[in-house]
Design a protein around this ligand. Structure first.
Ligand code: SAH
Ligand code: DHB
Ligand code: MG
Length: 224
């Protein structure tokens, strides 16, 4: 039994992934190519990726929006929950991340289902809203945390009653408790949580997680 908390969390996470999730060469390749290209190792864990996938299936999602693509690991989990006519729109600022992600989508055979938009999400979100007003069924917010309040407001605009909105990384080893934090990411997420708690158009909760990526958590909002 590992002694250090992080070693224990990582060991349990590995055990759960190995026991519950089938080996998956396509997802492994997506992580490997991301690492080789020097992308930061901050994709969702396999168990959280599968959780997103199951949520999308539970609600029979057809149309998904993701803010923050990185190498496309979470995007692939989400896209695989969709029927062939489904669509994921995923937003990424960094052209290098986008290039790796696009290659991963092609390797996964998902390039027809996933539409990758390169640019600052605050620039591409208004374009998406203008081009296609049909609401999304699930929205996953996982980009620059200082813009979390703005991303949540956009998510609400792009929703219908029944839409699920998930926001990643709302705990950050407890850093979220520091009301005086100088970190814009912490301030952005604290503002987001305040918005969520005061927003009558959603019913919301948040859960802490401990896993291979440490102590973190996600918020889940159901649009009413
Ligand atoms: N969802 C991914 C991880 C995303 S990491 C996964 O779990 O696999 C966060 C990503 O958001 C990074 O690739 C980063 O470049 C991107 N990002 C940062 N600022 C952004 C912005 N303003 N608009 C869009 N994407 C942004
Ligand atoms: C970071 C970002 C993430 O989306 C994440 O899941 C973990 C870490 C980061 O910017 O450090
Ligand atoms: Mg994240």
């Amino acid at each position: 039994m590992p002694e250090l908390p992080q070693d224990l969390w990582t060991a349990v996470d590995s055990y759960l992934s190995a026991t519950l999730l089938p080996r998956d060469p396509i997802l492994d390749a997506a992580l490997n190519s991301s690492a080789e290209a020097g992308l930061p190792p901050i994709a969702v864990t396999p168990t959280l990726g599968k959780f997103l996938h199951l949520l999308a299936r539970i609600i029979n999602a057809k149309k998904i929006l993701e803010v923050g693509t990185l190498g496309g690991y979470s995007t692939i989990w989400l896209a695989r929950a969709l029927p062939p006519t489904g669509r994921v729109i995923t937003l990424e600022y960094d052209p290098k991340h986008a290039e790796i992600a696009q290659k991963n989508f092609r390797l996964a055979g998902l390039e027809k289902i996933i539409e990758l938009r390169v640019g600052k999400a605050l620039d591409t979100l208004p374009e998406i809203a203008a081009a296609d007003p049909a609401p999304f069924d699930l929205i996953f917010i996982d980009a620059d945390k200082q813009n979390n309040p703005a991303y949540f407001q956009w998510a609400l605009k792009l929703s219908r009653p029944g839409t699920l909105i998930l926001i990643d990384n709302v705990v950050r080893d407890g850093a979220i408790l520091d009301a005086a934090s100088a970190d814009p990411a912490i301030q952005g997420t604290r503002q987001l949580l305040t918005l969520l708690g005061n927003e009558p158009r959603v019913s919301v909760t948040a859960l802490q997680t401990v896993d291979a990526k440490g102590h973190d958590g996600f918020a889940l909002a159901l649009v009413l």
